[in-house]
Design a protein around this ligand. Structure first.
Ligand SMILES: Cc1cc2nc3c(=O)[nH]c(=O)nc-3n(C[C@H](O)[C@H](O)[C@H](O)COP(=O)(O)OP(=O)(O)OC[C@H]3O[C@@H](n4cnc5c(N)ncnc54)[C@H](O)[C@@H]3O)c2cc1C
Length: 384
C-alpha cells in the first residue's frame, strides 16, 4: 500500500463491507479516496452470510455483482417449516430481477471481492490506523489518527461499525432499544447427510426457532434463539438444536463446528446521517435484529447511494445530494428495523402461542400476495 496521504477528497474510516463499497464507488468515479482501518488485517469469519437481490442490483454499479454471484449459493427459495411440514414457501425465483435468488456467501468473501475491486480501481486500505479525533470547518475536516498522523479531507465517511467513534465525535446521537431480552446462538457446521443445498430453512418448532442455511463450502449456518447461548457452541450443542428443532424424518449428524458465536439484538438508528462534512453509513448508522439477514445489505445499499451522492457533491458542489442520501437511507433503515423486529417477534413467540402462530401462518401463506410481499420485502426489491 502507498504512503498514508496528508490530504484526500474523501476519507473513509472503516474497511468493513460498507467502507470498501463506498470507496470503490468513489474510486470508480475517479475521485481521490483514502480508507483507514484500525485492524492490522481484514476479518476472516463468515458473519453476514446473505446478500439479497436488491443489494446485488445496486452493487452492479461498482461492478462486483456477477463476481459475487459466482462465489455463492443462489438460493431460490426460503421456506418456513414446522418439522417436515412447510408452513410458508417464499419464492425468490419469481422476483422480477436479474438476481432471482438470495445469495448465500460468507462476509469474508464479500469483503475480499470488494477489496479486489477497490484495488483494481487503484485504491486500497491503510492499516492499522485508528481514527481518534475529528474537527471540521466549512472548508474541510481533519481526522487525527492514533499513530500521530492527521488527514485533511473534504468529506469523511464514518463506516466504522456499530460502536462508531466518528459518529460520536461528530455529535450524532444513536438512540433506540438496548439489547432485546433474547439470546441467540450461531454455528457454521458440517453435517454427514445433505440438507437442501439451495434453500434457506426457518424452522418454527415447539422448542423454538432454528435457521438452517447452506454456505458455499458445503457447510450450513445454524442460528437459534436459546435461553442462554454458550460462548462457543460445540458439536453436541449443534446436534441437539437440529434434533429438537429441525427436520424429523431424517436425522442429520453434525460432524464439526467450523465457527460459532452468540449475540444479542440492539435496535438503533442514528438521529441523523449527516453532520456537516461527516456522513454515516452501515452499522455506524443502524443496527437491528439479523432476522431476514438485512444488516449488511442495508449498509451496502447505503454505501452505493452515498458514493454516488458524494461524487456529485465533489464534482458539482451539490450538497443537497448529501441531504437526500441522509434522509432517504435513514427512512429505509427505519423501515428495515421495523421489519426485522416483526420477524423476530414472530420467530420468538412465547411457547404457548406457537401452535396457533403456525396455523395462522399456514393459512396466510395460501394467499399469493402474502407470499409475494414477503419475497419483495426480504429481497428489498419492494424498496426500489
Ligand atoms: C457474529 C456476527 C454475525 C452476523 N451475522 C449477520 C447476518 O447473518 N446477516 C447480516 O446482515 N449481518 C450480520 N452481521 C452484521 C454484519 O456483520 C454487519 O452488519 C456488517 O459487518 C456491517 O458492516 P460495516 O462495514 O458497517 O461495519 P463493520 O463490518 O463493523 O466494519 C467496521 C470497520 O471499521 C473499523 N473501525 C472501527 N473503529 C475504527 C476507528 N476508530 N478507526 C479506524 N477503523 C475503525 C473496524 O476495524 C472494522 O473493520 C453479523 C455480525 C456478527 C458480529
Amino acid at each position: 500500500m502507498s504512503e498514508l496521504p496528508g490530504r484526500t477528497d474523501v476519507l473513509v474510516v472503516g474497511a468493513g463491507p460498507v467502507g470498501l463499497a463506498v470507496a470503490a464507488s468513489l474510486a470508480g468515479d475517479g475521485h481521490d479516496v483514502t480508507v483507514v482501518d484500525r485492524q492490522a488485517t481484514g476479518a476472516n469469519t463468515s458473519r453476514a452470510a446473505v446478500v439479497h437481490a436488491r443489494t446485488l442490483e445496486m452493487l452492479e454499479r461498482i461492478g462486483v455483482s456477477r463476481r459475487l454471484a459466482g462465489l455463492g449459493i443462489q438460493a431460490s427459495q426460503f421456506s418456513i417449516r414446522d418439522g417436515d411440514r412447510e408452513l410458508v414457501p417464499v419464492r425468490f425465483d419469481r422476483l422480477k430481477t436479474d438476481y432471482p435468488y438470495t445469495l448465500m456467501v460468507p462476509q469474508n468473501i464479500t469483503e475480499q471481492v470488494l477489496l479486489d475491486r477497490l484495488e483494481e480501481l487503484g485504491g486500497g486500505v491503510h492499516r492499522p490506523y485508528v481514527a481518534t479525533g475529528l474537527s471540521q470547518t466549512t472548508e474541510g475536516v481533519e481526522v487525527a489518527l492514533g499513530s500521530g498522523d492527521t488527514i485533511r479531507a473534504q468529506y469523511v465517511v464514518a463506516a466504522d461499525g456499530m460502536n462508531s467513534n466518528i459518529r460520536d465525535l461528530a455529535g450524532l446521537g444513536y438512540d433506540g432499544n438496548g439489547a432485546l431480552p433474547l439470546s441467540f446462538t450461531l454455528a457454521d457446521v458440517r453435517v454427514d447427510l445433505s440438507l437442501p443445498a439451495n434453500q434457506v430453512l426457518l424452522f418454527f418448532s415447539k422448542p423454538g426457532m432454528l435457521v438452517v442455511a447452506p454456505l458455499p463450502d458445503g457447510s450450513f449456518r445454524l442460528v437459534a434463539e436459546v435461553d442462554d447461548a454458550p460462548e462457543q457452541p460445540d458439536v453436541a450443542y449443534a446436534q441437539r438444536l437440529l434434533d429438537t428443532r429441525g427436520p424429523r424424518r431424517t436425522r442429520v449428524n453434525v460432524s464439526e463446528v467450523i465457527w460459532g458465536s452468540r449475540f444479542r439484538i440492539h435496535e438503533r438508528v442514528a438521529d441523523e446521517y449527516r453532520s456537516g462534512r461527516v456522513l454515516l453509513a452501515g452499522d455506524a448508522a443502524h443496527t437491528h435484529s439479523p432476522a431476514g439477514g438485512q444488516g449488511m445489505n442495508l449498509g451496502l445499499r447505503d454505501a452505493i447511494t452515498l458514493g454516488e451522492a458524494l461524487s456529485v457533491a465533489l464534482r458539482e458542489g451539490r450538497e443537497d445530494k448529501l441531504d437526500e442520501y441522509a434522509a432517504s437511507c435513514r427512512e429505509e433503515a427505519l423501515h428495515v428495523v421495523a421489519l426485522a423486529h416483526r420477524l423476530t417477534r414472530l420467530a420468538t413467540a412465547p411457547p404457548a402461542v406457537r401452535p396457533l402462530r403456525n396455523v395462522v401462518l399456514r393459512l396466510l401463506a395460501k394467499v399469493p400476495a402474502v407470499r409475494r410481499g414477503l419475497a419483495e420485502q426480504l429481497s428489498a426489491i419492494g424498496h426500489r
